[in-house]
Design a protein around this ligand. Structure first.
Ligand code: G1P
Length: 294
């Protein structure tokens, strides 16, 4: 069956971005000209996703408002004859069919995904972490969906990370007995471990926030004990699933930014602006002048 549902966990506090995220959900901080989460939403839709399950918490209602109709704003823009902006505003609310589920306690990413169980039903589904913004020609999630269709197993996005960064990622263990396919981009895995110390990292491939999971993951999540950070970790449930079903890592193409951190957010803004038809030229001129000044 086609992958048509994506779960977007958006219940986290955004502590790395305080005080900016005291009253504004981190997912709505703008990257260039739109909220961070909109990039991940556009990627999912371009990959063929038709239903989004938002797993939210208290204080995140503005995310739903962003993807909802805005009759007063639309009437105002229409009366002013600002058709271009009216089109932009309407395109966001027409984008996708949203379902919202509340995560009442912040027990971790695995727990957030478990909250989406009834909304997802008994079918394979995607998980998209909007903190990971991926700039690429082809939606990264499409690559994972293709790998899922080939292997019928679960898929996690992976990229090379510096060894000392292993404490910030889930890290995969490659299965040496099975061949990688798709020119080495789809890699059979033996296991996964959440945020290992560099000495314990089983490879240099870190997990990025795109997954395609079979519904069996929910049974595993129900039985997953608290792990690293005393949280119920999605990585631990996928590790349990690996004993029964194939799991592959997919190296995706494109550049990934962690927009949940100020430095990643800043890099994403600059990266996107450099290629932008309006902002690119002036930004280059200003950057060059500023760098020669130093
Ligand atoms: C989560 C996952 C981790 C993954 C990371 C990617 O961690 O638990 O396995 O590598 O996202 O962004 P978090 O960043 O929420 O701590």
């Amino acid at each position: 069956m086609r992958v048509r549902t994506a779960v977007f966990p958006v219940a986290g506090w955004g502590t790395r971005f305080l005080p900016a995220t005291k009253a504004v959900p981190k997912e709505l901080l703008p990257v260039l000209d739109r909220p961070a989460i909109q990039y991940a939403m556009e990627e999912a839709i371009a990959a063929g996703i038709e239903r989004i399950v938002l797993v939210t918490s208290d204080g995140k209602r503005a995310i739903e408002d962003h993807f909802d109709a805005a009759p007063d704003l639309e009437a105002f823009l229409e009366a002013r004859g600002d058709i271009e902006r009216l089109r932009v505003v309407r395109a966001v609310s027409d984008m996708v069919n949203l379902v919202t589920v509340r995560q009442k306690e912040q027990l971790g990413l695995g727990h957030a995904v478990l909250m989406a169980r009834d909304a997802v039903g008994h079918e394979s589904f995607a998980v998209v972490l909007p903190d990971d913004l991926i700039v690429s020609e082809r939606p990264a999630l499409s690559e994972l969906i293709d790998a899922h269709e080939e292997t019928h197993g679960s898929v996690v996005a992976v990229m090379e990370i510096p060894r000392e960064d292993s404490i910030r990622y889930g890290v995969v263990e490659i299965d040496p007995d099975l061949p990688a396919t798709d020119g080495g981009r789809t890699i059979p895995l033996r296991g996964l471990i959440e945020k290992p110390a560099p000495a314990d990292a089983p490879s240099n491939l870190g997990i990025v926030g795109r997954y395609v999971l079979t519904p069996k993951i929910f049974e595993k999540l129900e039985r997953t004990a608290h792990g690293v950070g005393n949280e119920i970790q999605l990585t631990d449930a996928i590790q349990a699933l690996a004993a029964e079903q194939p799991i592959v890592g997919r190296r995706f193409s494109g550049r990934r930014f962690d927009v949940g951190s100020p430095e990643g957010w800043l890099a994403a803004n600059i990266d996107l602006a450099l290629d932008h038809p309006h902002y690119g030229g002036p930004l280059r001129t200003w950057l060059n002048a500023r760098l020669t000044e130093r």
